[in-house]
Design a protein around this ligand. Structure first.
Ligand code: GDP
Length: 196
């Protein structure tokens, strides 16, 4: 749809947006492609390549691909994009409906994810964790990992996905739609008092 380098460059907030956040190389672009069912997002060979907020339009909402976030070994460039684009977007974007935190299933929940959740908590937005690259382990291992992350993060919905096997995207979209978009649509903006 459009790419932006700052809040001013974002499209008009006429549709709910779901932000996709995660480390560089976590599988964000592949996940967006999986949800969309086509190759719309650019899959980067180089970590940290995405430096803009990329908006993808779905019929009733938008997905917003964020530059890879955070972390102790964060490069100067990533730090700047985080502070100048991501924080203002997450803090102030009114039509932001929720967050999908994307994690490579082989990684553990870290202080970076924890800090993100804490930082965003004043907005009380729904959060879903999408574990990617589940094809790298057995189904049983993947389920154990999802449960462990659910326990340590306190996030109710931790979903297992694989862009190789094309699994988990339907569930992810379903949860994102129900938890994020419906929530937003049901919060009354122009109450008339009519029952019908
Ligand atoms: P991003 O930087 O977070 O947008 O990550 P990308 O979507 O560009 O993916 C980073 C790398 O991981 C690429 O080489 C992808 O092909 C690979 N990748 C992404 N998702 C999966 C997956 O589900 N399974 C496997 N095996 N590899 C994946």
């Amino acid at each position: 749809m459009v790419s932006a380098v700052d809040l001013q460059g974002c499209p008009p907030g006429t549709q709910p947006e779901i932000a996709i956040v995660g480390r560089s190389n976590a599988g964000k672009s592949s996940l967006i492609n999986g949800i969309a069912g086509s190759r719309i997002a650019m899959i980067s060979a180089t970590p940290g390549k995405t430096r803009m907020l990329n908006f993808y339009s779905a019929p009733r909402y938008r997905l917003v691909d964020m530059p890879g976030y955070g972390f102790a070994a964060r490069s100067g460039d990533e730090q700047v994009s985080w502070q100048e684009m991501i924080e203002p977007y997450l803090a102030a974007r009114e039509n932001l409906a929720g967050l999908i935190i994307v994690m490579d299933i082989r990684r553990d929940w870290s202080t970076d994810e924890e800090n993100l959740i804490r930082w965003i908590s004043p907005r009380a937005l729904p959060v879903v964790v999408a574990l990617t690259k589940a094809d790298k382990m057995s189904r049983g291992e993947a389920m154990n990992k999802a449960r462990a992350i659910q326990r340590v993060s306190g996030v109710e919905h931790v979903l297992i996905t694989s862009s190789i096997n094309k699994t988990g995207f339907k569930e992810l979209e379903e949860i994102a739609f129900h938890k994020f978009i419906k929530n937003l649509e049901e919060s009354p903006t122009d109450e008339t008092g009519d029952e019908t």
